[in-house]
Design a protein around this ligand. Sequence first.
Ligand code: ZN
Length: 188
Amino acid sequence: MTGKTHIAVGITTAIAMGTTSPIGLGVAAVGALAPDIDHPNSKISHRVTPGKLPRSTLGRYLAGFILLAAGGLLWKPFVIPGLTLVILAGIPHRGFIHSPAFALAIGALGAHMISIDRTLVTSFMIGYISHLIADMAGVGIPLLWPISNNRYGMHMVHTGGLLELVVLIVCISYVVLTLFKGFLVYAF
Ligand SMILES: [Zn+2]
């Protein structure tokens, strides 16, 4: 599935589950893109690591260690993108990040760390889990990680295929109709 469809499915799921605030929906969209950070050509990877070289594993390690060294020698904040790149380089494509166990772990960690607005953690997790379910309809996810690395999927929705287009249209229609309904309730 493309990033566009993942965003649409994430926002639709969030609205269906009662999220109404624009920030909540934005966070759900980020959550819906987040699992594909392990995918060198995904939308979110392009955002995190602009430029062609840092998208390959070797390039990420190289750029990451250069930034880490620069963080130690020149300016401390360089450590943050450096560490991010090194971690990204070590993550397998469509690996454990796409597992329910990992989703549960980051959900728990997020809820533990963010105490001001927990609803944002919920919105993020709604987006994240909608991504896993959508990928299960297609190529599959490591459903039982860490017990097994096997990928389980229904192989029904293919990237760029007709069914993905149908999903996208249904989701956009749902969002537009909900906004329209909200507008009518507000106006009259
Ligand atoms: Zn994915």
